[in-house]
Design a protein around this ligand. Structure first.
Ligand SMILES: [Zn+2]
Length: 421
């Protein structure tokens, strides 16, 4: 049957079983099982544990494909909880400017940045946009990602935002990666609305959010709360409307400065506050009290040359659930690789390998409300797994080493030796 699989001879199985989300010291426990096996039936896990405890009827099913892990490590399929895949064009010229010393804010002020991508994305048809989203999902899957949040946010008018979300849905329907769509009409004020920004906020609240919710095109709404973009008061108003329409809440918060976004996220009990590079002791305490996930995007801070990272250790120690995402986008999210984001999370932000794994699996799943389906290897969940080439989970952090042997999605091997199968 499709989605039936036996993975045996697993040297180390990182199950990530246990409490969800992972907070504090529990983030350091990946639930390791030595000499393990994993069995899928119909795309769902039915067994994940010591191979010697494998029930004979599961071990002996002759018509089930067998994947021999050859003593290597296996972990849950990675969850990327923050991406902007629905864009056309590129910003390669700006990347060169940034390498020459220009800041994100300088480039945005002269009409570059998000607004440049908005022009290209508005000009793209739905089919073309869907193909671009699909190609980006493909690159992520090769890096071990099996579940991804994908935002709109380069349309910035009713028709273009809906077209972006439809393109995301079209790509998702034809691709193995599980996609969680987010409406990000509040990514920027479009150029033609800058003379009356309040009118754009009204359009978001009165037209876009109801239209998106009525079509079932998004599960979450997100706002870029930042100086020069949306204020905390506007963020509160936009997300209030989103909540009233049944959408979950996310906030781009405190990325370029202490914008107040994280405090709004905590006040509204948003599911996730993202970036948090300028989080303070006050905001960290507020997030901990609200149970809001800190979805950190260290590779974006790296590529934007911000010179600092989110205070990940303080967030973990305060009991905030920490997730790690790539922030794939044309300006600052240049890598589709969660292992690369994990590498910076460890060596730039001071997480341990085990904390980074929890952040990229079970806490990522919690960030996008998929904790019942993904993020750990436990019976009942989707059989999404990454099989490494060696017993060493640490190999994930050796950038350039092809650490991943196979990616399994819904009980099927979809990547083998770096290639789609
Ligand atoms: Zn983002």
């Amino acid at each position: 049957m499709n989605g039936d699989l036996l993975i045996r001879n697993i040297g180390t199985l990182a199950t990530l079983r246990g409490p969800v989300p992972r907070v504090g010291a529990a983030m350091a426990d990946p639930g390791l099982v030595a000499s393990a096996a994993l069995v899928a039936r119909g795309g769902r896990i039915v067994f994940a544990g010591p191979e010697r405890e494998l029930p004979p009827e599961l071990a002996a099913a002759s018509d089930v494909p067998v994947l021999d892990a050859a003593g290597a490590a296996v972990l849950p399929g990675l969850v990327d909880a923050h991406t902007h895949l629905a864009f056309a064009g590129d910003r390669d010229d700006e990347l060169r400017e940034r390498l020459a010393g220009a800041s994100y804010a300088e480039i945005a002020t002269r009409g570059g940045g998000i607004l440049k991508t908005v022009a290209a994305t508005r000009a793209a048809g739905r089919e073309a946009l869907a193909a671009l989203v699909s190609a980006r999902l493909e690159a992520m899957l090769l890096c071990g990602t099996t579940t991804a949040e994908v935002k709109s946010g380069y349309g910035l008018d009713v028709a273009s935002e809906i077209r972006s979300l439809e393109a995301i849905a079209q790509a998702a329907a034809a691709h193995p990666v599980t996609v969680v769509p987010t409406f990000l009409g509040a990514h920027e004020i479009p150029a033609e609305r800058r003379a009356d920004r309040n009118a754009y906020v009204r359009e978001l609240v009165d037209e876009m959010i109801p239209a998106v919710a009525a079509r079932g095109l998004a599960e979450f709404a997100d706002v870029f709360c930042e100086t020069g973009v949306f204020t905390p008061a506007e963020t509160r108003e936009i997300l209030g409307a989103a909540a009233a329409h049944g959408l979950g809440l996310r906030v781009h918060a405190d990325e370029l400065g202490a914008s107040g976004g994280a405090l709004v996220a905590a006040e509204l009990r948003a599911r996730s506050a993202d970036h948090l590079i300028h989080a303070t002791a006050e905001t960290i305490a507020a997030l901990a009290g609200a149970g809001t996930v800190a979805t950190l995007c260290p590779a974006a801070a790296f590529y934007l040359r911000l010179g600092r990272y989110a205070p990940a250790r303080a967030l973990v120690e305060a009991g905030v659930p920490v997730a790690i995402a790539t922030d794939v986008n044309p300006g600052g999210g240049l890598s589709p690789s969660i292992p690369f984001a994990m590498t910076i999370a460890c060596f730039g932000m001071g997480l341990s390998l085990e904390e980074a794994i929890a952040a990229a699996t079970i806490n990522g799943a919690y960030s996008v409300a998929r904790q019942a389906e993904a993020g750990s290897l436990e019976p009942g969940k989707r059989a999404d797994a990454v099989v490494l080439r060696s017993p060493r989970l640490l190999d994930l952090l050796r950038v350039g080493v092809p650490a991943i042997a196979c990616v399994v999605k819904d009980g099927r091997v979809v990547v083998r030796d770096g290639r789609r199968v």
